[in-house]
Design a protein around this ligand. Structure first.
Ligand SMILES: *[C@@H]1O[C@H](CO)[C@@H](O)[C@H](O)[C@H]1NC(C)=O
Ligand SMILES: *[C@@H]1O[C@H](CO)[C@@H](O)[C@H](O)[C@H]1NC(C)=O
Ligand SMILES: *[C@@H]1O[C@H](CO)[C@@H](O)[C@H](O)[C@H]1NC(C)=O
Ligand SMILES: *[C@@H]1O[C@H](CO)[C@@H](O)[C@H](O)[C@H]1NC(C)=O
Ligand SMILES: *[C@@H]1O[C@H](CO)[C@@H](O)[C@H](O)[C@H]1NC(C)=O
Ligand SMILES: *[C@@H]1O[C@H](CO)[C@@H](O)[C@H](O)[C@H]1NC(C)=O
Ligand SMILES: *[C@@H]1O[C@H](CO)[C@@H](O)[C@H](O)[C@H]1NC(C)=O
Length: 471
């Protein structure tokens, strides 16, 4: 369950662990930024932040509010320039599809979670998908903007977090497909006269503040529903580029993203929070990394970006893992295979051909049903697509593609390039999120929900002619 990153951080602090007395609870150990992630159907990852290192991060849990069991770990890590420590515990020995109560140590609030359904369970359920969100309020998207930004919220609009909260009983998990906190927007906000500098030579102090604010803002969702993440370009560095003068050492090369989350790479042979998979009922979910770790990957030196980040594994490791993961899926038990990665290659504006070249052949070869992307700040539903050729949703052989990077964020919405690409079926330039319903072996429906007023603006259903062995 330890990533290489976490293990290194632990070694560095091993001596203080051995010497440390039992944890005293106070303001510095109060759990904030509480977040869940699926592990497998019999385990759940619980993570939270504290202002100091926890001796032995511990979570009380149980089937009722007495929470008589506990789980712990040695994983309490930080990095240079961070103001908090990231604590990670995985609760094992749970039953599938079961509600539990839990509370991280030194807290005063009891939360609940529900474990994933075992693969092969045919019960219908829903999941939420968002892309490109960031904070709402004075250091993110609000009813005003600074110079060079656009599309503020209209007075009275719900934020995407409020819109998701209003429907929280309807979905089992949230999948945030990259560009998570937009903490790197601080520089643009200050330059645009929107956010006052914390300090005229703040050099990234505002970055950590926005990260902390964001993770507190999503807690009403992430503390009660698994919040699964993919990496995006705005996770790379503190300044949306890699100016080593501006970004302190801890704010380069995806450091905060690596430390903060605990995705189930450790159950799926993946790599940290970069690529991993999990099952839930009828679905096999795959998160892949469009930023680093393949030929011409955009955030790597030599790629088209300026992030100067990665790689995180030997060349070829991500695609070898993806191929093996896809080959091992039992389509009678998890008929739906859904893959998500940040940058789109079918979209009515800049397309990421290097990502298409890397990932599309495998997604086609193994009959992936649905591919989700963010990055572009609008919603665009496509047809199913086989190497540029559209297929309709009535039993296609190729994956169905949906781009939705419209959850929010200071910079506003993007303008599609006209004419729309031939595979485009609907495009909506408004803040919103996607709700998916997995009905059964053959039918899966999407809805686009405008965050501002919780209205459904688009819906479509994919049909696959097949038989399954569900129970
Ligand atoms: C829990 O403790 C925090 C921090 O001390 C405090 O702000 C909050 O009001 C408390 N909440 C409850 C429900 O007691
Ligand atoms: C501003 O930042 C500099 C450099 O990090 C630091 O020395 C100084 O104490 C900060 N000032 C304030 C008011 O926080
Ligand atoms: C990096 O930021 C520093 C401080 O603002 C600035 O002086 C320098 O020109 C920047 N370098 C680049 C390559 O943008
Ligand atoms: C980013 O971190 C990885 C893992 O530590 C390292 O292998 C890689 O060289 C780093 N990339 C850059 C550009 O510093
Ligand atoms: C996809 O189509 C292009 C031409 O549009 C072709 O050059 C390429 O080989 C095709 N790729 C695959 C994997 O079939
Ligand atoms: C699967 O779900 C769809 C949508 O609810 C429904 O129309 C269809 O009849 C269902 N199929 C079976 C075999 O129940
Ligand atoms: C809800 O918001 C969307 C996006 O701004 C807008 O297009 C739509 O007209 C609104 N619907 C209602 C019922 O207000």
């Amino acid at each position: 369950m330890l990533s290489a990153f976490q293990a290194t951080a632990i070694l560095a602090f091993a001596s203080s662990v051995l010497a440390a007395p039992a944890q005293v609870c106070n303001d510095a150990t109060y759990p904030t930024q509480i977040r869940l992630a699926y592990s497998n159907d019999r385990a759940m990852a619980v993570s939270w932040n504290t202002k100091i290192k926890m001796t032995k991060p511990t979570v009380a849990w149980g089937p009722d509010t007495h929470m008589r069991d506990s789980a712990d770990s040695d994983v309490s890590t930080t990095y240079q320039s961070s103001t908090t420590w990231n604590n990670h515990v995985v609760i094992e020995g749970l039953n599938p599809d079961t509600k539990y109560y839990y509370s991280p140590e030194c807290g005063n609030v009891t939360y609940t979670f529900t474990t994933a359904r075992t693969e092969g369970r045919g019960t219908p359920y829903q999941f939420a998908m968002i892309g490109d969100m960031g904070t709402f309020g004075p250091d993110g998207l609000s009813t005003t903007v600074g110079k060079g930004a656009a599309n503020p919220l209209a007075p009275g609009d719900l934020t995407t977090i409020q819109s998701l909260s209003a429907r929280i009983d309807d979905f089992d998990l949230v999948w945030h497909v990259g560009d998570i906190a937009y903490a790197d927007a601080w520089l643009k906000e200050e330059n645009g006269g929107y956010a006052a500098p914390l300090n005229t030579s703040d050099f990234g102090m505002e970055y950590e503040k926005i990260l902390n604010d964001f993770y507190v803002e999503i807690q009403p969702i992430s503390a009660v529903k698994p919040y699964m993440v993919a990496v995006g370009n705005h996770e790379a560095n503190c300044d949306n580029g890699a100016n080593f003068t501006i970004c302190p050492q801890g704010q380069l090369n995806f450091t905060g993203y690596r430390a903060h989350w605990n995705m189930p790479f450790y159950k799926s042979g993946g790599l940290e929070n970069f690529w991993y998979s999990w099952n839930h009922g009828m679905v096999h979910y795959i998160t892949f990394n469009t930023e680093t770790d393949f030929l011409n990957a955009p955030d790597q030196p030599g790629g088209e970006g300026v992030e100067d980040a990665g790689p995180f594994a030997p060349f070829g490791a991500q695609l070898a893992w993806l191929k093996a993961d896809l080959a091992a899926v039992d389509r009678k038990r998890t008929p739906w295979v859904i893959a998500a990665g940040h940058r789109p290659w079918y979209v009515s504006t800049t397309e990421y051909i290097e990502c298409q070249v890397a990932f599309e052949p495998l997604l086609l070869e193994y009959g992936v049903d649905l591919v989700l992307h963010g990055h572009k700040h609008f919603y665009e539903r496509h047809s199913a697509i086989d190497n540029g050729t559209a297929q309709d949703l009535n039993n296609p052989t190729a994956p169905w593609y949906i781009v939705n990077g419209a959850a929010g964020h200071y910079d506003g919405l993007d303008t599609p390039t006209l004419p729309l690409v031939p595979t485009s079926r609907d495009i909506i330039v408004a803040y919103g999120w996607s709700l998916f319903t997995v009905h059964n072996c053959t039918h899966l429906t999407t809805e686009f929900i405008a965050s501002g007023n919780n209205t459904i603006l688009d819906t479509a259903t994919l049909y696959k002619d097949r038989t399954c062995a569900l129970n």
